[in-house]
Design a protein around this ligand. Sequence first.
Ligand code: NOJ
Length: 756
Amino acid sequence: MTTTPQTALPPDRVAFLDDLMARMTLPEKLGQLNLITTNIPVEDDKLAEIRAGRVGGMLGGLFPCTFGVNGPEGLRAVQEAAVRESRLGIPLLLAYDVIHGHQTVFPIPLAVSCTWDLDHVEVTARTAAREASASGLNWVFSPMVDIGRDPRWGRIAEGSGEDPYLGAQIAGAMIHGLQGDDLSSPDSVMACVKHFVGYGAPEGGRDYNNADMSPARLWDVYLPPFQAAVAAEAGSVMMAFSAVNGMPSHADTDLLSKILPGVLKVSDFDGIPEMIAHGLGDEAGQIVADDPLQTLSERALRAGVQMDMMGKGFITRLEAALAAGRVTMAQIDSACRAVLEAKEKLGLFADPFARFDPARAAQVILAPQHRQAARTVAADSCVLLKNDGDLLPLAKTGTIAVVGPLADDTKNVLGPWAFQGDPATAVSVLAGIRAVVGDGATVLHARGANITEDRRMLDLLNFAGPKVDLDPRTPEEMQAEAVEVARRADVVIAVVGEAAEMSGESASRMDIGIPENQRDLLKALHQTGTPVVLVTMNGRPLTLPWEAETLPAILVSWFGGCEAGHAVADLLFGDRVPSGRLTTSWPRHVGQVPLPYDRATTGRPGNPANDPGKYSTRCYLDGPSEPLFPFGFGLSTTVFAYGVPQVDAPVLRGDVPLTVTVEVTNAGTRTGVETVQLYLTDPVASVVRPGRQLRGFRKVRLEPGQTQTVSFTLTTADLEFHDQALNRTWEPGQFIIGIGPHSADLKTVSVDWLKD
Ligand code: NOJ
């Protein structure tokens, strides 16, 4: 994919910005590059800076997270100060981390990606934009398009999984949802795509850690979602904290200029001064003027960073840098221009107060149709991993025990990065089940365990105030109560997993199983003999070897947002069919990671049928090589049968499209929704290639007995990759096309695709 230049402004608006810039002083220009944080009400010193024209944008404070909460009134004061009291009246960018909904909280992005439904993705973003913009915000730090292949990394929750093809499509849908058809419309917000680039590949899965990878991997795996976002006219991009191949993105002149021309480039929070801790100097490895912040702020500007989030170096150091000739006026002008153009595209000069609309806020925030969308998307995000003996769907009769520390939870269910979500508006799984089963069944409840008893983890999770609720009873007391409830029930629904704070930023884990004390609870429940339906709440792939071996049904509900309880109940009791499919591989054991489905074959691939056992293969001595649940996997409450894929031409020459079709039949007795997936293999190439790569997917709804022919079109763009010289190319020869329900269950057909 090539980078498309962004739409230019009309000539009269260009002239307007030319004139404005001609009237700006150097300090005012630098002011536009300064992005600071605030709480509401705004602190006096910050108001003074705004009035002096020394602030270009403001970001809501995280602790306490009050920004925007009170609706448009709070924010209006800030914009008033900028527009009415600064010399040139330039409006502010008003930003916030709106990651998966605003006050109507949707499932975490990783969950939404499991819908494989771009309309759903777009609805989540559009809804968030409507609500955030009604609160006065005009800029959101979303979407996170980092490819995530290491489930230890907590921020895997914020992205769309491990695949660049799917990730690129989701990135485009997110941009369109947030920015709408017209960015200047009062219900649109500017997207900020993050984190450029490779932030999702931290060594050891530890957040903020650096990555080292081949340039081809960077271009083929990590860059495509950014390129797709830029092609969709994303207004801005945020840099990554980490260094890739030795270079922090905040200083990466080469990549910034190649991938992001014409897009507003923003530092991450303190990302520029944090290069000091990276041990970076200027391009010659020196510290200038005996001042590391001076050195790195200059370097970031030279590299192409245009707005400094919280670093304070642009506002305090660039005048001196200009005087000393280490940055140019053209570099400052170009950064200032990018900020002003963003404001222009948002319509802020035309009407800086269009997004302050209390009547609209009252109408849209948590509107019934927003909640309905949240319920639908939450249900379609859930992934059914096991359903022995057709245990699901459950009958709405008898006695149902709903057990587990997350069963009656309205806080964690919102997930990480839900600062504007109010637990009082969330539906717990217990409440959802009660609402959906009605009077037909008796619903019992017991907590059974705390989320974790690990004191070290609890201290870390609670460092900024109490986040994880603890029941004062002993584990034994809680478990005994749960076992007693389970014995009286026909079925147990065990809702266990992670606290919201166990994923997201700065939340890496080295053990990605269900916390031990909750696993003990599951074992005790299982021993009662009452069948246990496991419902997990989680922000990452979990290792579930014992659970998958032992328990009859497993439904992954992620952190499903404010309607999670209804959504889970809809699936458990058959009011909606489960249709989610994994967008990350789920390892058996954390020692297997990273384990993406598109890993390249090796010279000693071994024979999966023989695994484990053969010497000189890539097998582990102490367990299988393959994931427990592969990329793309998810069950339905029906079964689908696939025919052999057919192609319209076995030999192709040059840049012509190829049509591939496959017949898919609902061979079960219930309606079902299948995600038909197409993967491509390039068996012989000049470099070692991925074993298979996703190149198409279609969601189809089929009634029992119904067959549908599903059609895909491939073009030579689908064959392309970066060779060792980083040329984007494709090589003629045989290609194998596999179609099936997931990445490890494919029926294939091959074609010869020749250059001419
Ligand atoms: C740091 C995070 O890396 C980034 O994703 C977020 O947008 C900023 N903080 C602002 O909160």
